[in-house]
Design a protein around this ligand. Structure first.
Ligand code: PLP
Length: 231
């Protein structure tokens, strides 16, 4: 990519977010940008840092760890599938995990979170696309999983995440995101004060970010629009 391409793309993305917030009555301060740097080199992460971006998302642990050490000061979010044997490194090097979908993984992350770090911020990944997706917990099991996670003091449960089946139609995109928002609101009612900071909705990527903003996203996970296409 050309010199400063990341900085330019970032400001375009911020502009798009701002416009969509105006269109759908959202406060831009509530819509956070997670720059998804998977498959991209640490140099581009550093370039984004220089342009004011601080939160980065990674899917693959080994690749992420190389960048964690190469780019000090960045805040890392794990957004990939979690294998049990990888939880220790995730608990040590990440500040957020968006893809918790079982009590077993949650317990391991809680047990392995180092004592000198604040509780790990976690989101529960929900499967809002039914048969079309295997990742994430079924909505029917969500309350039980939340109940389990609430017993882990080393985890701070912040909300829900989804990767809906890709849709080109804007209204269809909104439907999946609306499902996730309604689940969050339902859980908030059900658990009341026990779910103190349960407000986040991690949803929306490059091709459906506007629909996600319209339905209440608080974390947009954007890769391609910032770093260019992945090979
Ligand atoms: C790769 C990825 C993204 C970013 O997708 P883009 O379409 O490149 O913006 C977001 N979330 C998850 C979970 C991903 O794996």
């Amino acid at each position: 990519m050309a010199e400063n391409a990341v900085a330019e793309r970032l400001s375009e993305v911020r502009e798009r977010i701002h416009t969509a917030c105006g269109q759908y009555g959202r406060d831009p301060a509530d819509v956070h940008l997670l720059a998804v740097s998977k498959t991209k080199p640490a140099e581009l992460v550093a370039e984004a840092m220089e342009a004011g971006q601080t939160h980065f998302g990674e899917n693959y642990l080994q690749e992420a760890l190389d960048k964690v050490s190469a780019v000090p000061g960045a805040i890392w979010h794990f957004i990939g599938a979690i294998q049990s044997n990888k939880t220790r490194a995730i608990a040590e090097y990440f500040d957020w995990v968006h893809t918790v979908a079982s009590v077993k993984v949650a317990r391991r992350l809680a047990d392995q979170r180092p004592d000198d770090l604040p509780p790990l911020k976690v989101l529960v990944q929900v499967n809002v696309s039914g048969e079309a997706s295997k990742a994430g917990i079924d909505p029917a099991g969500l309350a039980a999983l939340i109940d389990g996670i609430l017993s882990f003091e080393r985890l701070e449960l912040r909300g829900l995440m989804a990767i809906p089946e890709p849709q080109t139609d804007f209204e269809r995109q909104r439907e999946s995101f609306r499902t996730l928002r309604e689940l969050r609101d339902e859980m908030t009612r059900q658990f009341g004060g026990d779910l103190a900071a349960f407000t986040d909705l991690s949803m929306g990527m490059t091709d459906d970010m506007v629909a996600a903003i319209a339905e209440g996203a608080t974390w947009l996970r954007i890769g391609t629009a910032i770093f260019g296409a992945r090979n």
